[in-house]
Design a protein around this ligand. Structure first.
Ligand SMILES: [Zn+2]
Length: 188
């Protein structure tokens, strides 16, 4: 083993590590570089140019230049990374309804037998919520505080500095991204 290889190994811990997340809580998280998700086809199209530049040129994401779709996709990537890389506590994806696939409406045939037409009705499986019922013992990704998700995301892909700048750059705009259900609304 060359000295270079040795230093890479010591920088990049193997296996899951227990880290302290904002708020003083702890999570056991597995690190994975961004190109792993790129190769797995898990980067949405709107983010591809920025991710390509990050991988090939080492450019930081310039979130200030991101349009709404790119911000939305970055938040989705953060959720995906938190779900895939947090081992303890296990974090579950938002439970999308298998009948309507999250749309909230389902096809229903109406009319006489020979002249049936299909109309959209509220999905009977989820009553138009687009979600299957949540297990109260599970942590779902949209219930994890944003700063915690942001921290885990940056830790996983190894860009703690970028994370900070993302928070600073999007100050305020992150709040306006619609969420299906938040911890606050659940507590009502
Ligand atoms: Zn449904």
């Amino acid at each position: 083993m060359s000295p270079n290889e040795a230093s890479i190994e010591s920088e990049w811990e193997k296996g899951p590590q227990t880290i302290e997340v904002p708020g003083g809580k702890h999570a056991r998280v597995r690190r994975r570089p961004l190109d792993t998700f790129y190769k797995a086809g898990k980067i949405p199209n709107a983010l591809m140019p920025a991710v390509r530049a990050a991988i090939i040129k080492g450019d930081d994401f310039n979130v200030e230049d991101f349009n709404d779709q790119q911000i939305f996709d970055l938040l989705s990537v953060m959720d995906m990374i938190v779900v895939e890389c947090t081992e303890t506590p296990r974090v579950y994806p938002i439970p999308v309804c298998r009948t309507c696939h999250g749309v909230g409406t389902a096809d229903q045939e109406v009319g006489p037998a020979k002249k049936k037409t299909i109309i959209k009705v509220d999905c009977p499986a989820c009553e138009a919520r687009g979600e299957e019922p949540r297990d109260p013992d599970r942590v779902y990704v949209d219930e994890v505080p944003f700063d915690t998700k942001n921290f885990i995301y940056s830790y996983v892909i190894g860009v703690t500095e970028d994370l900070k700048s993302f928070l600073e750059q999007t100050n305020g705009s992150v709040e306006s991204v619609p969420e299906r259900e938040t911890v606050g609304s659940k507590a009502k």
